[in-house]
Design a protein around this ligand. Structure first.
Ligand SMILES: Cc1ncc(COP(=O)(O)O)c(C=O)c1O
Length: 407
């Protein structure tokens, strides 16, 4: 008789997990207010949200944009990154971290991640620095804060801009300071799956008025503070948010603190429960991460010990009633985009040399892409007993993994 639900055994978890997005009368009223005001275009609500969200992350300035992707582009432009510059990025991330670099004519160079944080490895960053390097974009993956002490030190020593890709880290703090303005600036996404959302949207946070002004100029068609309406100082774009989006975000922001704390407390329960389960490599938080805003809960498997693939394991767990996804299955540089760029130098007109991404090698990332699966942040919004059910389901799959090995 099989034990695993995947093979017809009894399902171990029957919890109805919270769905996303969460909304109530705050969102409904906010949207109605905007509708009835007739002021739908970028205005007071957007500015109020920028101030409040910057304050939430302990930053001085916030500049909204249409997405995390366009916010990254604005940040790169504001920091003067352009044609032929190299920007060091991790390969375990969403494509935007690297594609934004390409969009401004610069060259993404991949540095490996650390096996115990899944964030960029400062030692490999140092190895990847060349005279053309102008910036580093660490990703606070799943809300885990990259080692900002080391990265700030490296950036200062080598005169590099440090742009945080904080698109997974609303609420995360490093030694008490929110992510976003720990480096020169940082970027967040409000896309539909994110922990605070207006379906699409993004923001750049910074403590520098100059960077904020330059980002604003880029997102607002090259206008400048104090300039006339039809005076355009830079080649910008139109990346403004609407008042409808701001109304949603203001409503969502009222729950962010409580949600962040609940996710963190629940994630801690899972981490405690997973300790000692053979085959599981839990990821422990760095004590300098004084608060972690979980976007994902990442679990690494010891593939030798469990003797099956991560994908099959995640399928078995999902069948038990705990939704799990493999997440990123290949390092970014193995995407067709980078393979094509490597074989077709005309697709990279500003490069003096070619970067052949087919030669890229980030062994830790390759291993993590094979052995890691994710639980989504919505699951962490359930109650504490539900976390015991998560751990029990993982333990059950581990204990019955021979059923997967014999397939
Ligand atoms: C790490 C990371 N960076 C950037 C982005 C881009 O954000 P957006 O989808 O809002 O453009 C995402 C979105 O998933 C992301 O996960």
């Amino acid at each position: 008789m099989p034990n695993l639900a995947l093979h017809g055994g009894e399902k171990s978890c029957h919890i109805a997990w919270p769905t996303w997005p969460i909304w109530d009368d705050h969102e409904r009223q906010g949207l109605l207010d905007v509708l009835e005001s007739g002021k739908w275009w970028y205005g007071d609500r957007v500015k109020e949200f920028e101030e409040k969200f910057a304050g939430f992350q302990n930053a001085l300035y916030g500049v909204t944009a249409t997405s995390g992707t366009t916010a990254l582009e604005a940040a790169l432009v504001a920091l003067g990154i352009s044609h032929g510059d190299e920007v060091i990025v991790p390969p375990y991330t969403f494509v935007a971290t690297a594609s934004a670099v390409i969009r401004v004519g610069a060259i993404p160079i991949f540095a490996d991640i650390q096996p115990h944080t899944l964030c960029i490895d400062p030692d490999d960053v140092i190895r990847k620095i060349t005279p053309r390097t102008k910036a580093i974009i660490p990703v606070h993956l799943a809300g885990y804060v990259s080692d900002m002490d080391r990265l700030n030190e490296i950036a200062a020593t080598h005169h590099l801009a440090l742009i945080e890709d904080a698109c997974h880290s609303w609420g995360s703090q490093w030694k008490g300071k929110g992510t976003g303005a720990i480096g020169a600036c940082g970027v967040f996404s409000f896309q539909a799956s994110k922990n605070i959302t207006s379906a699409e949207g993004g923001i750049i946070l910074t403590d520098s008025e100059q960077i904020a002004d330059d980002c604003r100029s880029y997102t607002n068609v090259g206008r400048r503070k104090g300039g006339a309406w039809y005076q355009h100082f830079n080649t910008g774009s139109n990346l403004r948010l609407t008042e409808f989006q701001a109304a949603l975000l203001l409503a969502q922001l009222t729950r962010l603190e409580e949600h962040t704390l609940r996710r963190q407390a629940n994630a801690d329960l899972i981490t405690q429960g997973l300790r000692g389960i053979p085959g599981i490599i839990p990821i422990e938080n760095d004590p300098r991460i004084t608060r972690r805003g979980y976007h994902l809960y990442c679990i690494r498997l010891d593939l030798n010990a469990i003797g099956t693939t991560r994908t099959r394991f995640a399928e078995a767990l999902t069948a038990e009633g705990v939704p799990a996804t493999p997440g990123y299955t290949i390092p970014l540089y193995k995407n067709p985009l980078f393979e094509r760029m490597s074989s077709d130098p005309t697709s990279i007109p500003y490069w003096g040399d070619r970067v052949d991404y087919r030669q890229a090698s980030c062994p830790v990332c390759e291993q993590v892409c094979a052995d890691t699966f994710w639980l989504f942040h919505t699951l962490l919004l359930a109650d504490a007993p539900a976390m015991t059910a998560v751990v029990d389901a993982i333990r059950k799959v581990c204990e019955n993994v021979s059923e997967l090995q014999s397939e």
